[in-house]
Design a protein around this ligand. Sequence first.
Ligand SMILES: Nc1ncnc2c1ncn2[C@@H]1O[C@H](COP(=O)(O)OP(=O)(O)OP(=O)(O)O)[C@@H](O)[C@H]1O
Ligand SMILES: [Mg+2]
Length: 286
Amino acid sequence: MPVAVKELGHVYMAGTPLESVALKDMSFTIQDGEFVGIIGHTGSGKSTLIQHLNGLIKPDTGTVIVDEIDLSDKNANLKEVRRRVGLVFQYPEYQLFEETVAQDIGFGPRNLGLSKEEIDRRVRAAVADVGLPESCLERSPFDLSGGQKRRVAIAGVLAMEPSVLILDEPTAGLDPTGREEILSLTAKWRQGGRTIVMVSHSMDDVARYADRILVLNQGRLAMQGTPRQVFSRQRELVKMGLDVPEVSKLCAALRERGFDLPDGMYDLKEMERAILQRVKGGKETC
Ligand SMILES: Nc1ncnc2c1ncn2[C@@H]1O[C@H](COP(=O)(O)OP(=O)(O)OP(=O)(O)O)[C@@H](O)[C@H]1O
Ligand SMILES: [Mg+2]
């Protein structure tokens, strides 16, 4: 189910003194099964963009087409689009409200009017997909740890069985263990050809998981490409107030000292191999 964004623009509070241009002339396509990372400085338009991808915000200019459904079309079936494109907001645990974890995860499927058996199947599958035991299903979501609450909230979106899963800063505010748990689960959520779109402030996280990265700057798509292509443009990223993965920084520092290493490396193992190769081959110059 490709998602095609063409010349998308969005202005908040247009025509008022508080007018704010959030997106300008943005075009890209996300293919089935891709893992796309979205990075950008605070206020660059990331959250505004992803809310267009499931029709929560309508384009002011341009189009968003999801699986041939044009979301700006007045007659577009937005309910169907939201079933296919699941959006996990920043801090989704604030939206938990039911008495038990099972009821919370089952909220979306119940609204679809599914049978009790199907709701139960989806709730159990979703709780397993977020790595929680079934024993937590009858607990109150409010008794869980921060990381567990977040996983319950994500399970609620997974229970809708979306083909595209969008996560806005899924690790924000979690401790290192909680972060790692969520990140390693993203690979599992991709199983079965699901598309993943992950907004993140962490270059290391997107470098590890994304096939392709979109870099937003002041509402525009400033760059897109593989992690290698994007991280080889370190100077431009720094100009936009962005960081690069630790490995890319180290490589750049080594290159400055005359070490012959390729541009855009971001993986520690890859860097280790490249250094060893050069040391063994006697090519090192420092
Ligand atoms: N509801 C709103 N009303 C008015 N302006 C808004 C609204 N939401 C966002 N904006 C403005 O639109 C621009 C883009 O905001 P957006 O939240 O999409 O950025 P972001 O990249 O997600 O930022 P962050 O990294 O802080 O989450 C910013 O200038 C912001 O102030
Ligand atoms: Mg945001």
